[in-house]
Ligand binder design. Structure first.
Ligand code: ATP
Length: 313
């Protein structure tokens, strides 16, 4: 008698990167509640890995999560990966039947867009699983509806973002930059940071279109692969707001500077602090200073630019 093993369910794995905003310039809040942004994203080699497995018809979306901060991640329809699967299914008229497993490699609620990377990875994974035939541009348009950082997680590398951050133009870079991130156990809410930004900038001249005219030096540093010049040019308009909500981050920045960081600043909406290092060895030394000073709950050494959402073999 022959036993026939059941065929395994089709499954695909996709990796998508976290990001650091090399420059983040924020305009005055608009009537729709959004702030116009001009930003320069760089993807870093801290990856979210999403495995999408076909399940029986009518099973719907399910989510499981792995990683040191897995308990902070919602497992229901508020998860960006869940919303990405449903949005793609609705777009192509397929039932959203898929089991998603998220292996988290980006700090949660750290201003590094881990959730957005999950959404981008889910779009690419479900696109492959369901063989939708959508173009990359059509996926990017779905991504933009999910959140302003999702299109960049699809694209990766280094790019200028305008609008809500979702209109992207790839930027030229040379070589590799070495980063180290100080993550905090307790996240900062992005809306709370924007709220504080509005309070701090109330009454001041905040541009409707923040523009990147002041980032010419930064773009030159990227083209030349000049980490020292890049370190001097890093900029984040949200930093005062994040620091006012979490004053302890000042010390994390000072410790990195004392360890010789070429630049140290709040990453995105925080509370993660990013430091640019001269080399991988130097990144490890900054990480060691943060740990020794108790200035971070966890430290993450990596490099950029990194690729965008990509199927794994
Ligand atoms: P933001 O894009 O708001 O700057 P972030 O990069 O600071 O986010 P994320 O880890 O992407 O941080 O998620 C922030 C919050 O969003 C989490 O606290 C969590 O409640 C919720 N969330 C939704 N989907 C996810 C997901 N797939 N992974 C992590 N958090 C998620």
């Amino acid at each position: 008698m022959t036993h026939l093993a059941a065929a395994p369910s089709p499954s695909v794995r996709v990796r998508a990167p976290g990001k650091v905003n090399l420059s983040l310039r924020v305009g005055a809040v608009q009537e729709d509640g959004y702030h116009p942004l001009s930003t320069i994203f760089q993807a870093v080699a801290l990856y979210e890995e999403v495995t999408a497995t076909q399940v029986s018809e009518g099973a719907g979306v399910t989510i499981t999560v792995d990683g040191p901060q897995a308990d902070l991640v919602p497992l229901d329809a508020t998860n960006l990966a869940w919303r990405a699967a449903e949005a793609l299914a609705a777009r192509v008229g397929t039932p959203p039947d898929v089991a998603l497993h998220l292996a988290k490699g980006v700090p949660v609620a750290g201003g590094m867009a881990g959730g957005s990377a999950d959404a981008a990875a889910t779009l690419v994974a479900c696109d492959a699983l369901w063989q939708t035939g959508l173009s990359r541009d059509e996926l990017a348009s779905l991504a933009a509806d999910l959140g302003s950082d999702v299109p960049f997680a699809l694209l990766g590398h280094t790019a200028v973002g305008t609008g809500r951050g979702h209109l992207l133009t790839p930027a030229m870079t040379r070589g590799e930059f070495h980063w180290v991130f100080a993550a905090q156990a307790e996240g900062l809410s992005t809306p709370a940071v924007y709220g504080r930004f509005d309070e701090l900038t109330a009454g001041s001249e905040s541009a409707d279109d923040p523009g990147l005219t002041e980032d010419t030096g930064l773009m030159q540093a990227l083209r030349a692969g000049d980490a020292h010049a890049l370190g001097r040019a890093l900029h984040n308009d949200l930093e005062p707001a994040a620091l006012s909500l979490r004053p302890g981050l000042e010390r994390t920045i000072v410790v990195a500077r004392e360890a010789g960081a070429l630049g140290a600043f709040v990453s995105g909406s925080g509370p993660t602090v990013a430091a640019l290092a001269r080399s991988r060895q130097h990144a490890l030394a900054i990480a060691a200073s943060w740990t020794a000073e108790g200035a971070a709950d966890s430290v993450w050494c990596t490099s950029g630019p990194a690729h965008g959402a990509r199927l794994l073999p």
